[in-house]
Design a protein around this ligand. Structure first.
Ligand SMILES: CC(C)(COP(=O)(O)OP(=O)(O)OC[C@H]1O[C@@H](n2cnc3c(N)ncnc32)[C@H](O)[C@@H]1OP(=O)(O)O)[C@@H](O)C(=O)NCCC(=O)NCCS
Length: 197
C-alpha cells in the first residue's frame, strides 16, 4: 500500500479545527504533522493508544487504559506540539487516525543536534502494510528539517526492532526488566540510534 516515498510537500491547512502541515503522502494514506490538535484528533489518538495497550504493547501504560488517562496524555503531547517542543505526526485511513509517531525536539543545551523518537503506534487494523516504515521515514524527514543529525529511541517490541533495523538504525543494547508489559510482567528494552546523513 505504501511506497515509502515522501514527497516533501509542506502544506498548511485547517482540518477539523486542527492546524496541520502535510509532510508526506506515501500512497492512499496521508501522513501529516499536527501543530494544534482538535477534539476529533484527541479522541482518535486516545483510541489508538488504547488499542495498542489492549494489544499488549509496552508504551508507558498499564492495561486497561482508561479513556480519560489516554486523553490527558494526548493533551500533554498537544501542548508540546503547539510549543514546538515535539513533532507530532499522524497517519489516517478511511476510518481516521490509524498511526502516529513523535519526535522530541527539546533536548538539553549540550545536545541540540539530537532528537528522540517516541510513541510509534499503529492501530491493529492498519499493521503490516508499511505504515510503521512510512511513519519512521516521515519522522526522519521532520528531524532533518529541524536540523537534527542524531536520533535515539527505545523499544520493547520485537516487531518494532525489526522495523528499525530494516531502516538502518543501530542497536546499542538491551536493559533487562526496564519496564512492565501492560499486564504487569517485566520486559526488556532495546536502545537504538541513527545518524542522519
Ligand atoms: C511496531 C509497529 C509500529 C509496526 O507498525 P507496522 O505498520 O505494522 O509496520 P510495517 O508494516 O512497516 O512493518 C511490519 C511488518 O509488516 C511487513 N510488511 C510491510 N508492508 C507489507 C505488505 N504490504 N504486505 C505484507 N507485509 C508487509 C514488514 O515487512 C514487517 O514484517 P516483519 O514484522 O516480519 O518484520 C506496530 O506493530 C505497533 O504499533 N505496535 C504496537 C506499539 C509498539 O510497540 N510500538 C513500538 C514502540 S517503540
Amino acid at each position: 500500500m505504501f511506497s515509502g516515498k515522501n514527497d516533501d510537500l509542506i502544506v498548511h491547512r485547517r482540518q477539523n479545527g486542527a492546524m496541520t502541515h502535510q509532510v508526506a503522502r506515501p500512497g492512499p494514506l496521508a501522513i501529516r504533522r499536527l501543530t494544534t490538535v482538535g477534539g476529533t484528533e484527541l479522541q482518535a489518538l486516545a483510541a489508538l493508544l488504547i488499542d495498542c495497550v489492549d494489544g499488549g504493547a509496552s508504551v508507558s501504560f498499564m492495561h486497561p487504559l482508561p479513556l480519560a488517562k489516554a486523553l490527558d496524555f494526548w493533551r500533554t503531547v498537544a501542548y508540546g506540539a503547539a510549543r514546538g517542543e515535539r513533532v507530532l505526526l499522524v497517519a489516517e485511513d478511511g476510518q481516521g487516525i490509524c498511526g502516529t509517531v513523535q519526535l522530541m525536539l527539546a533536548q538539553p543545551e549540550n545536545q541540540p543536534h539530537r532528537a528522540d523518537v517516541a510513541k510509534m503506534l499503529v492501530h491493529r487494523r492498519a499493521r503490516r502494510q508499511g505504515l510503521g516504515a512510512a511513519l519512521m521515514q516521515a519522522a526522519e524527514q521532520a528531524a532533518r528539517e529541524a536540523g537534527k543529525t542524531l536520533l535515539v529511541l527505545d523499544t520493547a517490541s520485537a516487531e518494532a526492532e525489526r522495523l528499525y533495523a530494516r531502516q538502518g538504525w543501530q542497536r546499542v543494547g538491551v536493559i533487562p526488566g526496564y519496564a512492565l508489559l501492560p499486564t504487569g510482567e517485566p520486559c526488556d528494552t532495546a536502545y537504538f540510534y541513527k545518524v542522519l546523513g
